[in-house]
Design a protein around this ligand. Structure first.
Ligand code: NAD
Length: 467
């Protein structure tokens, strides 16, 4: 297997797409590089009194829009190359879905399972302190969010630390994915998974494209396999099932399970909670390895764990017609080529998992506006609908029941508006990149890159270059 360098893989995809644009080579070079790369090391005292050195990174890839934005990952796989690649992907992803941020990413090289909650809090707070001191965080500078191994709890610690050492009226906007009580937004936790669902549903609704794949249009009854039942994988699976699809396989860190008749997600999750994994789940077959399920019969494969999961080794055996890249970089470029040759439709990460950053954008807007979405308009909308309904009642001589009135005269609250904004974003962006795909006869990944490069190139082209 060829040596895997994530940042180089991203740049390979960039170069392929850039060839379809008319942007100056110098500007393309500027677009590709990472503007700022911060490497930090700091000591923490462990619960047993020993001192340990922790290593972390924050990379700001592009400042064509401010702030820069990207998640923070806690994993032993974190390194500079990976963080640079993920930061670059953020730039292209934000541009592809018209979220006005530059790309960034951060990471700490730790195995979370080996630290107590208290130690993880210490690490998170000290990392934040380093970011503040080096000017790598702030509502107008660089705004982290959750990623693999982090969640609302860590984001809450980041905000609290930032607030303690700065004096910023917009402090809440220094990080997204926070708990609601600390300025988070309803719908952020499930946003990436929900966005994956909207993207897959949109692809499936295109009858012409589905005919090429030999699939009936529509999500109803489609069988899918998901790798990783974490934040993204769990919510993607949940919304896919609610939309009518059937989950036939799951891969987790300890095992993979398969049942062609369907797996009950809630039941599997409670088994996972009780047993710390999915191995031995007796309402499905436990396969020989945790990767084997990726090669099982299904219509849609959703890798939602880590990068490099679909590679030269397993791509020839993958049977899914649609690869829905919920994780970042799950398909190596070799695997991409193999899967394309097999006729699969790859819905790429640089579009499909943009739901998280889209709702992060809404959260950041809420924080810097200091007002919850829906607060000003919800009651006004409800009263207007009620007036219209009362006119309808008079004309039609029909009286609406209390239940009908509640349903028909509902104004948009925060969660409704967030979901609607997310749905609109994912649908519009899918159709944009699918159109580019058809114009240039390329794949969706290249289509998403072309769309992003053209948008970012336009801004770079207008920027002054100072000595
Ligand atoms: P998470 O930590 O919540 O979940 C990851 C899950 O994958 C865990 O359940 C873990 O046990 C499982 N896993 C790890 N290695 C595995 C393996 N080899 N095989 C099968 N399962 C494995 O992380 P997440 O936030 O869901 O992120 C998952 C991916 O989605 C990452 O690539 C991340 O960069 C990407 N992503 C996340 C977000 C977000 O909002 N959280 C947004 C965009 C992209």
């Amino acid at each position: 297997m060829s040596e895997y360098k994530f940042f180089e893989q991203v740049n390979k995809a960039f170069d392929k797409a850039a060839a379809y644009t008319k942007i100056d080579k110098g500007l393309l070079d500027q677009m590709k590089i990472c503007n700022n790369v911060l490497h930090v090391t700091f000591p923490i005292e462990r619960d047993n009194g020993t001192i340990e050195v922790i290593e972390g990174w924050r990379v700001e890839h592009s400042h064509h829009k401010l702030p820069t934005k990207g998640g923070i990952r806690y994993s032993m796989s974190v390194n500079e190359n990976e963080t640079m690649a993920l930061a670059a992907l953020m730039t292209y992803k934000c541009a592809a879905v018209d979220v006005p941020f530059g790309g960034a990413k951060g990471g700490i090289k730790i195995d979370k399972s080996k630290y107590s909650d208290r130690e993880i809090e210490k690490i998170t707070r000290r990392y934040t302190y380093e970011l503040v001191r080096k000017n790598f965080i702030g509502p107008g500078i660089d705004v982290p969010a959750p990623d693999y191994g982090t969640g609302a709890r860590e984001m809450g610690w980041i905000l609290d630390t930032y607030r303690q050492i700065t004096n910023d009226i917009n402090a809440e906007g220094c990080v997204t994915g926070k708990p609601i009580a600390q300025g988070g937004i309803r719908g952020r936790t499930e946003a990436t998974g929900r966005g994956v669902y909207f993207g897959v549903r949109e692809a499936l609704s295109n009858a012409e494209d589905m005919k090429e794949l030999g699939l009936e249009p529509g999500i109803e009854g489609k069988k899918f396999v998901v790798q990783g039942l974490g934040n993204v994988g769990y919510y993607a699976a949940k919304f896919m099932i609610e939309g009518g699809a059937v989950m036939v396989g799951v891969a987790e860190i300890d095992a993979s399970v398969y049942n062609p008749d369907g797996i009950d997600l809630a039941d599997l999750m409670s088994f996972k909670m009780e047993n710390g994994g999915i191995k031995g789940y007796d309402k499905a077959t436990t396969l020989a390895t945790n990767k084997q399920v990726l090669e099982m019969e299904c219509d849609i494969l959703i890798p939602a764990a880590l990068e490099n999961q679909l590679n030269e080794g397993n791509a020839p055996n993958i049977k899914a017609k649609i690869i829905a890249e919920a994780a970042n970089g799950p398909t190596t470029s070799e695997a991409h080529t193999i899967l394309k040759e097999k006729g699969a439709l790859i819905i790429p990460d640089n579009y499909l998992n943009a739901g998280g950053v889209t709702v992060s954008y809404f959260e950041w807007l809420k924080n810097i506006q200091h007002v919850r979405f829906g607060r000003m308009g919800k009651r006004f909308e409800e009263n207007s609908y009620k007036k219209i309904l009362s006119v309808i009642e008079t004309i039609s001589e029909r009286t609406f029941s209390q239940k009908e009135l509640l349903h028909l005269a509902k104004g948009g609250g925060e969660e409704d508006l967030v979901d609607s904004g997310l749905e609109e974003t994912m649908i519009t962006a899918y159709n944009q990149i699918n159109e580019i795909r058809k114009i240039h006869n390329v794949d969706l990944r290249t289509g998403a890159f072309i769309s992003a490069i053209e948008k970012v190139g336009l801004i770079y082209g207008q920027m002054g270059i100072f000595p």
